[in-house]
Write a protein that binds this ligand. Structure first.
Ligand code: SF4
Length: 360
């Protein structure tokens, strides 16, 4: 069955015309689907009953079915089911600026970053635009009030370029979800040709965050084997292109601090040298624990010293507090659920809604 979030306005108008309905019905439907986030066409009371029934017979609407939910201190993690039985995780994080949805764009990930749970178990498939959009709707239906979206869940967004871009357009379009582009961030491990493409294609003010994690090609190759296909010099050139093509918009560089691996003073010096003269913001984050991974987080003291050393060299840096660790929803902790988990979840889909059964 087609999903209503994949249908363009023109397609919807044509569908209505074929049923002898005026074009203004499309506006009524879109308003119900996007502004009021209806979970069923039956709620569109302005439409004749037969039309609601036809819509329901033809299109899916509402969030993805929630297989499991975890309520953390400052986060909500959902495991949601896709139509073919695959599952992905998405997270709502409460911050002082509002609530942020961290969405997945692939089932698993092929990039193999050494510190990331999404890399374990490999890649299965890309998500469609509507599967991305519906993660946000599931989070909202579960009680989150989403005002920001980050493409930093499972998978590499720029390897699912068309669907991610289409989801971004749905998020920002005034007659769809109407989220400010400034509140949308695409995180990437650094797919160079796609960064250049996105610089031209993404709506103005959508943000870019590049996962850097190493100041030299050798170290980056060890930590991020998939991304290291492009040398750091090429990656930074693409980031400069982003800034230039988008009227001076800076790039955020994420740097996961790994104990004894990339957190030495010399690494900070090399990083400062790389970013000098570039419009940037560096987000440092201490690695979150990943089961089955040998790497561990730098100590707090080491992270603070690293941040100070960057600052002293003119780098804009923030040391981010990790959110969602208590429910394994933090950066780098989302993972693919295997066949065993799928089998044990079968037939146990929890209803979407504020009173949905909670699991710890
Ligand atoms: S950090 Fe991103 S690109 Fe790397 S393995 Fe994890 S999800 Fe994939």
């Amino acid at each position: 069955m087609q999903c209503i979030y994949d249908v363009t306005t023109e397609e919807l108008v044509a569908w209505l015309e074929a049923r002898g309905q005026p074009a203004y019905r499309a506006k009524q439907i879109l308003e119900g689907v996007y502004r009021h986030r209806v979970a069923s066409f039956a709620s569109l009371s302005a439409l004749p009953r037969w039309l609601r029934q036809e819509l329901a017979a033809e299109f899916e609407v509402g969030g993805l079915p929630v297989v499991r939910r975890w309520d953390g201190e400052d986060s909500l993690k959902l495991l949601v089911a896709l139509g073919d039985g695959e599952m992905v995780e998405c997270v709502g994080m409460r911050t002082r600026w509002g609530e942020t949805a961290c969405v997945s764009c692939q089932v698993g990930c092929a990039m193999g970053c050494a510190f990331c749970a999404s890399a374990l178990g490999g890649y299965r498939r890309n998500l469609t635009a509507s599967e991305i959009v519906r993660q946000v709707i599931s989070l909202e239906a579960a009680g989150a009030r989403i005002s920001n979206i980050v493409f930093m869940g499972m998978g590499e967004p720029l390897l699912n370029y068309d669907q991610v871009l289409s989801a971004i357009h749905t998020f920002v379009a005034p007659d769809r979800m109407a989220i400010s582009p400034r509140h949308i961030t695409v995180g990437t491990c650094g797919i160079v040709p796609a960064i250049r493409r996105l610089a031209r294609d993404a709506p103005r003010r959508v943000e870019l965050a590049v996962s850097l994690n190493a100041p030299t090609d050798d170290l980056r190759r060890k930590l991020m084997p998939g991304a290291a296909k492009w040398r750091l010099a090429e990656l930074l050139e693409a980031c400069d292109f982003w800034t230039e093509a988008r009227g001076g918009q800076p790039v955020t560089y994420a740097y996961v601090l790994l104990r004894g691996v990339n957190d030495a003073p010399s690494h900070a010096d090399e990083l400062a040298k790389l970013l000098a003269g570039r419009r940037h913001l560096v987000n440092l984050i201490r690695m979150n624990p990943v089961e089955g991974c040998q790497l561990t987080a730098s100590s707090k003291a080491r992270a603070l010293a690293f941040a100070r050393r960057l600052q002293d060299q003119g780098i804009s840096v923030t040391l981010r507090r990790s959110r969602g660790r208590d429910v394994r929803a933090a950066c780098g902790q989302l993972r693919r659920h295997d066949d065993q988990a799928r089998a044990s979840c079968q037939g146990k889909l929890y209803p979407v809604g504020r009173r949905a059964k909670k699991q710890q």
